[in-house]
Design a binder for this molecule. Structure first.
Ligand code: ADP
Ligand code: ASP
Ligand code: MG
Length: 445
């Protein structure tokens, strides 16, 4: 079995969907296709959840109407058989009227999840009918029957595997299965999500659950680039990344992968290929245990970071002090990303402010607290990057850029800088120029 995930950008246009079909139908063997919603649709559905809170039924109806038009147009273009076209339109209308009913129920996390995952339900329904119209046998599976993910950080892939096999056991044999990305069932058996961009994670959870030969993630770019192409010119795709390198880059903001994508497949050693749906002949990126090459490979940036400084000339170096501070963050289930210490102060960063007020209240007794929001962590990643002389040019940036924190040597594979988000783009660009575009002056040691 291979798992192929197609993102919103791949299924966002007629041309894209046709390409998805030809990629899915090429080669032999069983395939599980994980599809996202058409690009832009999940954003509209999130908008609906905001309108539920604002009790704005008129705007909700308008969006539902536009979503129907959008999906009907795709059906018109792709499905030739009149009866199938009619039936598929009816199914989309049924999903949308169910959605309308959902918006009238009392708002809760489940309502949010039911609404925002409807894009995947619509698109998979259309794609399955499109394949059928082209004479390609397939089974459309409801991911809510098997994507039981109770712990977002540590999914039980064995459980998902059992549930998947149970789901397909009653079906006739086929080579192509289709399911929705993004959605999951939580510990209370309620519908929930894998967070925005979560279809990548669906694909690797299923890859591990089914002991897949490989996972392919198809998107609108030819692989993992060495810097964020939205902000930096002349980036290029990286042929190979190790699981650890890709995990660091995804965790530290590379939008091409959901932050947790890599973790389920690492211990099963299942390779992940990143490919472009619009240029499938290009090699893309292979993420595996066998990746070669040392030194700096890529730079990424993660926004929404808050820096917290605790200044205390009395207690910092007293033993047990750091433990007490960390325990506060632990109690509030808030992960710490970066840490630096000096004789009298400790600075650390978090990316989740939900419990910030409570945390500050509790650490207030330990010293003078300063909180700075709206920061970004810029991450330089590659095996043994700290020994790469190119990477040391980051220190040349220091004279004209305000860098709030540096983490160097915590791991051999990662150097992190904390900057104000307003400086992020210029730092990414300057770094790119210095480390990837400047003529090599010194060799990697
Ligand atoms: P999909 O809809 O297929 O999930 P996404 O928009 O989530 O696609 O991810 C692909 C986008 O990620 C690219 O179009 C690109 O703009 C952005 N991106 C950010 N950082 C990188 C990177 N390092 N390499 C490749 N793409 C990146
Ligand atoms: N459609 C969902 C989103 O936009 C999931 C995904 O695309 O991966 O977040
Ligand atoms: Mg994505």
């Amino acid at each position: 079995m291979k798992v192929l995930k197609f993102g919103g950008t791949s299924v966002g246009s007629i041309e894209g969907i046709r390409n998805v079909k030809s990629i899915s139908c090429s080669g032999t063997g069983k395939k599980l296709l994980v599809l996202s919603a058409m690009s832009g649709v999940t954003n509209e559905l999130v908008r609906i959840t905001e309108l539920i809170a604002a009790d704005d039924e008129t705007s909700i109806d308008m969006i539902l109407g536009l979503l129907e038009i959008k999906h009907f147009q795709v059906i018109e273009e792709l499905i030739e058989n009149k009866l199938l076209r009619y039936e598929t339109k009816n199914e989309i209308s049924a999903i949308l009227s169910e959605l309308k009913k959902t918006t009238k129920r009392e708002y809760s996390e489940v309502i949010y999840s039911l609404v925002v995952t409807a894009g995947e339900r619509m698109l998979t329904r259309i794609f399955s009918a499109y394949l059928e119209d082209c004479g390609v046998a397939n089974h459309l599976l409801d991911a809510r029957d098997f994507m039981q993910v109770n712990n977002l950080e540590n999914p039980d892939t064995t459980l998902v595997g059992h549930k998947f096999k149970e789901t397909v056991s009653s079906l006739t044999e086929t080579d192509i299965y289709i399911t929705q990305g993004f959605v999951r069932i939580d510990e209370n058996n309620r519908v929930n999500t894998l967070k925005r961009g979560g279809s990548d994670y669906t694909a690797t959870i299923l890859g591990a659950a089914l002991d897949a030969q490989e996972v392919q993630i198809w998107t609108d770019i030819d692989g993992f680039h060495n810097n964020d192409p939205r902000y930096v010119e002349h980036t290029h795709p990286i042929a190979e990344l190790s699981f650890e390198e890709a995990a660091e880059l995804a965790y530290f903001g590379a939008k091409i992968l959901h932050p947790q994508t890599v973790s389920p497949v690492i211990h099963k050693n299942i390779p992940v290929y990143l490919k472009n749906t619009f240029t499938p002949f290009l090699p893309g990126t292979k993420i595996s245990a066998e990746a070669t090459g040392k030194g700096l490979k890529a730079i990424s940036a993660k926004d929404g970071i808050t820096a917290i400084k605790i200044k205390s000339n009395r207690m910092l170096m007293a033993h047990g002090f750091l433990r007490k501070i960390f325990e506060v963050f632990d109690r509030h289930q808030t992960a710490i990303d970066m840490i630096t210490t000096s004789e009298i102060a400790i600075s650390l960063t978090i990316d989740d402010n939900r419990n910030l007020v409570k945390i500050i209240e509790e650490i207030d007794d330990y010293g003078e607290i300063t909180v700075e929001k709206n920061h970004s962590i810029i991450c330089l990643v590659g095996e043994s990057v700290i020994k790469d002389k190119k990477a040391s040019s980051i220190f040349e940036l220091l004279h004209d850029t305000s860098i709030r924190m540096i983490s160097y040597g915590g791991s051999n594979n990662n150097i992190s800088l904390l900057v104000d988000t307003s400086n992020k783009i210029s730092v990414l660009q300057k770094l790119h120029q210095k480390v990837f575009e400047a003529k090599p002056v010194e060799e990697f040691v």
